[in-house]
Design a protein around this ligand. Structure first.
Ligand SMILES: [Zn+2]
Length: 229
């Protein structure tokens, strides 16, 4: 029995944290500085945006993960990708620019993804509150079934975040392989020998949100976020 429990725990840990670990590894491996590259991730992003007629979209550095902010119309890149010259910097910059293109074209899947993502903050808070308050409710009313139900409800709510990201995965895959990779190939921004590495980075970029959502499922510290308004 203990072996079975340990195996189950290992599988659970692998499912929850494996994808994120893999993404970090891919970004690190292809984040090696390449002095032979003509520009940084930010410079390429600026160039691609201008080429797409999106001069109004800003390129900014951020500490909160690479992303495109449709409200501020800003492509935000982490320092390593903003100022770095690497396959990772180039591919991630092209991926985030692709979201700006999806937004500018008014692609339906993109706006659906954005609307769903806006509600994730609330799902997150309700899920956290449900889980954190479960022991309190148990101590007060002492009904184990209610405690179990509350735990299940909290975990289901967290799971819904993963489902939302899965549903919007096509938007991420389109950004990576429908737009970023063709742009990088067409413009010859990367040598053919660098394309397999770029493909790995673009896969990682597409799965970032799903991987992050999976990790939160077992990230107990995050459940307590509800108290940090
Ligand atoms: Zn993306």
């Amino acid at each position: 029995m203990p072996i079975l429990a340990a195996a189950l725990l290992l599988i659970l840990l692998a499912v929850a944290f494996g994808p994120q670990w893999w993404i970090r590894r891919v970004l690190r491996r292809h984040g090696v500085e390449r002095p032979d590259f003509p520009g940084t991730g930010a410079e390429l992003a600026r160039h691609l945006l201008d080429e797409a007629g999106l001069a109004q979209v800003k390129v900014e550095p951020t500490e909160h993960g690479d992303h495109y902010d449709p409200e501020a119309q800003a492509v935000r890149l982490t320092p390593a990708h903003h100022d770095g010259r690497s396959v990772a910097a180039v591919a991630v910059a092209a991926h985030e620019v692709s979201h700006a293109v999806q937004h500018a074209r008014g692609e339906a899947a993109f706006s659906l993804r954005w609307r769903l993502a806006r509600h994730l903050g609330w799902v997150d808070r309700i899920a956290s509150a449900t889980l954190v308050l479960a022991p309190v409710v148990f101590i007060v009313v002492k009904v184990p079934l209610l405690f179990a139900l509350q735990l299940a409800a909290g975990i289901l709510l967290f799971a819904s975040e993963i489902v939302i990201h899965m549903v919007t995965l096509p938007v991420e895959l389109d950004a990576s392989f429908g737009k970023a990779l063709p742009a990088l190939t067409r413009g010859r921004y990367l040598a053919p020998t660098d394309l397999p590495a770029a493909r790995s980075v673009l896969t990682a970029a597409a799965w970032t949100y799903v991987a992050a959502a999976l990790a939160t499922l077992l990230n107990v510290a995050r459940w307590f976020r509800v108290f940090r308004f």
